[in-house]
Design a protein around this ligand. Structure first.
Ligand SMILES: Nc1ncnc2c1ncn2[C@@H]1O[C@H](COP(=O)(O)OP(=O)(O)OP(=O)(O)O)[C@@H](O)[C@H]1O
Length: 295
């Protein structure tokens, strides 16, 4: 197993409130890891810290940059990682000599992203689906995924005209649609999709950036039973078929137990349990904090 994401003593205060309290955790690429906890436990704040949308009060965050890095188009300033070829386990500093120039962490191959802007963290390989709605409703599904590919390559193009002639871009986008079972609606405008398919497009957009880690925010929220089952299956398939590691927050315990190899339980900003679904469900503190002592 390889660590793809690591926090050390991660803490975020809002005035007197400690929303994330001294959380140290390493996420392995072999697992689908879920984060659960009662309302106000700190899950969203934790995600916001990981994605660079909030700065920590204390502590640090490191990620393993995406491994495969197609040749950048001209090496623009936006190309934060300089197009460096990554060694999956190797310890190459993907950011050597760039403006951001983050320090490598103790674990070779992880890059300290503490304090980086969200777009820099995204370029290094951490993508977040759902909470920020990135779907362009007037574009088709395929066009949307092409946008993600273009943004991943740091290009600035007229998305609908120039990108359409780019065979390679189309091929890459279609591959992402295949992975996310969206080929059948490739040419449908996103405004006309079902809720379940819109959520899949959001995952496709995240995958389109070749991330090493995807943060999923309540992937089944608002879905009916059929859509929920399909989403659970899709996440399982993507875990098998891609090199991407999925981190999931979810309120639906059936979904959590259905997809998770590992569950992290937050309460009052603290990580109070960390283990397999069976271990976590048997944990007395979890029952007290999260399940109100039931079960
Ligand atoms: N910008 C903010 N300013 C002040 N307090 C905040 C801010 N964001 C979150 N909080 C507080 O931090 C705590 C953790 O909130 P957070 O949204 O991270 O919890 P959560 O586990 O995601 O909850 P939920 O499951 O309800 O979404 C809560 O007490 C919340 O009120």
């Amino acid at each position: 197993m390889t660590t793809v994401l690591e926090t050390e003593h991660l803490t975020r205060e809002f005035g007197a409130l400690v929303a994330v309290d001294d959380v140290s955790v390493a996420i392995d690429d072999a697992d689908i890891t879920s984060i659960i906890g009662p309302n106000g436990a700190g899950k969203t704040t934790f995600y916001n810290l990981l994605a660079g949308q909030l700065d920590p009060t204390e502590g640090r965050i490191a990620i393993r940059p995406r491994r495969e890095d197609p040749v950048p188009d001209g090496g623009t300033a936006a190309d934060a990682d300089g197009g460096t070829q990554m060694d999956a386990d190797g310890g190459t500093d993907a950011n050597a000599g760039t403006a951001t120039d983050p320090d490598d962490t103790a674990d070779a191959g992880l890059v300290d992203v503490t304090g980086m802007e969200p777009f820099e963290i995204n370029r290094l390989g951490l993508a977040r689906a759902f909470q920020i709605n990135n779907v362009f409703e007037r574009l088709t599904v395929l066009e949307n995924v092409r946008v993600a590919r273009i943004s991943r390559e740091g290009r600035t193009l007229d998305v609908t005209s120039v990108a359409a002639s780019d065979d390679e871009l189309n091929e890459q986008a279609r591959r992402v649609l295949e992975l996310t079972n969206l080929e059948g609606v490739a040419d449908t405008r996103c405004a006309n999709l079902s809720h379940g398919d819109v959520r899949k497009v959001e995952i496709a957009l995240a995958l389109g950036t070749d991330p090493s880690v995807v943060l999923l925010d309540e992937p089944t929220a608002g879905m009916n039973a059929t859509e929920t089952r399909r989403m659970v299956e899709l996440i399982g398939e993507l875990d098998e078929t891609t090199d991407t590691t999925f981190l999931v927050t979810e309120h639906d315990m059936e979904v959590v137990l259905g997809i998770s190899d590992r569950i992290l339980v937050f309460n009052n900003g603290r990580l109070i349990a960390d283990g397999t679904p069976d271990e976590v469900m048997a944990d007395e503190r979890v029952r007290e904090a999260y399940l109100g002592g039931e079960g």
